[in-house]
Design a protein around this ligand. Structure first.
Ligand code: 9D3
Length: 234
């Protein structure tokens, strides 16, 4: 997979791209990730990437020129058309289904905005998929792009090292994870549940399943509704 991140702040991605699972996926060649600065595609002596909205209003708007030119630059010579993604509070809310879809694409181009938004002709001309990472206000699309890249890259075959990892996650079966314990068996008078020390794997699996369902009912009843339906999690 190739991922191009278009941004005014390419330097914020550097420590993230160098670390942990994503860093290892990059060095092992599973994914190639490049950051491109919109400012390298400006047309005037002030290197403007934004301007005031026509007819007034608060804030600044990302201009068409640098955005179209940067997208065309990273798309040049590519045989398959890239999936273009505009990170915006107006987009569809990111979830594991969308992450999984994107992980099967060969080329993602992520557009990170700053300021109040994008000139509407960017939407009309590029027809990007528009994605939000949730209902809270960020100062720009960069943090959202990091979230998206992290979630997608860990699904690439070979990225986790242990291949059952992604399949066992919360959300892959629509349930939250069961409680987990490690040594010591007693800590400040708190004991590890007896069943986990029993060695009875059928009983342990049944306990974990019950705990997952109970925890999901308590904390995220919305997940039970939209997954397999009420009869799947008795
Ligand atoms: C005046 C209305 N504001 C929308 C709530 C304008 C505005 C605020 C913040 C426009 C852009 C931004 C910057 N945010 C993003 O670029 C962004 C974002 C977010 O703020 N929340 C969740 N997901 C995303 S993806 C990109």
């Amino acid at each position: 997979m190739r991922i191009d991140v278009l941004t005014l702040f390419p330097e914020v991605f550097e420590p993230f791209l160098a670390s942990s699972i994503v860093g290892r996926a990059v060095t092992s060649g599973l994914v190639e990730i490049a950051c491109t600065n919109f400012r390298d595609f400006t047309h005037d002596k002030h290197r403007s990437v934004d301007d005031r909205p026509f007819s007034g209003g608060p804030g600044m708007v990302m201009m068409c020129g640098p955005v179209f030119d940067a997208v065309e630059h990273v798309s040049r010579g590519c045989e398959v058309e890239a999936t273009k993604i505009l990170l915006t509070p107006q987009g569809e809310r990111l979830n594991q289904r969308i992450v999984s879809e994107l992980s099967r694409d060969s080329h993602l181009v992520l557009l990170c905005g700053h300021y109040e938004g994008f000139d509407e002709r960017i939407r009309l001309g590029l027809r990007p998929r528009e994605i939000s990472i949730g209902d809270y206000v960020l100062s720009g699309g960069e943090a959202a792009a990091i979230v998206l890249v992290d979630a997608v890259v860990r699904l690439l075959p070979g990225a986790l090292g242990h291949e059952d990892g992604a399949a066992n996650d919360s959300f892959s079966d629509g349930l939250l994870e069961h409680p987990q314990y490690t040594r010591p068996r007693t800590y400040r008078d708190m004991e590890v549940p007896e069943v986990l020390l029993s060695g009875n794997h059928a009983e342990i699996e049944a306990w974990r399943r019950r705990e997952s369902i109970e925890r999901t009912r308590d904390r995220r009843p919305d997940l039970l509704k939209e997954s397999d339906g009420p009869n799947e999690h008795p």
